[in-house]
Design a protein around this ligand. Structure first.
Ligand code: HEM
Length: 142
């Protein structure tokens, strides 16, 4: 049960990373379609939150089912998770109120989308690398 949960958690993190990388295509694919960009970015945010919720769920279940407790490593994951969610909600609100019909604003929003995605990818990659190094016994996150 615990192994399955951690396995699901691990797979979901990789799916999430793939989703984040793939999402960078949105501002490019909709470069000539402001309303399409807005719509696609809303669907993107919904999918983002669904995947993030599943990651948190499998993580929390693993902690309680496995009686793993809250180590520094898991607290760090929760912090990274909360930061990812916070950034995504901010981005969602920004694109929601922006006048994307205005060319300069549209360009700004597309640029922000790409930069925010890169930041989120970095956060996930750093967390995954830390967990891999921890699993290999090269570092101890406590
Ligand atoms: C509420 C959020 C989260 C909770 C409660 C949580 C909890 C856990 C737990 C209990 C484990 C297994 C024990 C361990 O290795 O420490 C684990 C493993 C892991 N988590 Fe999380 N996690 C969360 C979010 C995240 C996020 C956002 C990421 C990536 C950015 C992440 C990446 C990983 C990785 C790479 C592993 C190792 C999987 C493996 O051993 O194959 N976790 N997490």
């Amino acid at each position: 049960m615990i192994e399955e949960m951690i396995m699901a958690h691990s797979i979901l993190v990789k799916v999430f990373l793939g989703f984040l990388v793939g999402g960078i295509a949105i501002p490019f694919l909709t470069a000539n379609n402001p309303l399409g960009f807005r719509k696609a970015s809303f669907i993107y945010t919904m999918t983002f939150q669904a995947l993030a919720t599943m990651i948190a769920f499998t993580g929390v279940v693993a902690i309680f089912a496995g009686d793993l407790g809250w180590s520094f490593s898991t607290i760090l994951m929760v912090i990274v998770w909360a930061a990812l969610m916070y950034i995504e909600i901010k981005k969602y609100k920004l694109i929601k109120v922006a006048n994307v019909q205005k060319e300069s604003t549209f360009k700004l929003m597309r640029g922000a989308f790409v930069k925010i995605s890169i930041l989120q990818i970095l956060l996930v990659v750093i967390m995954v690398v830390l967990k891999v190094l921890e699993a290999k016994g090269m570092i101890s996150l406590g």
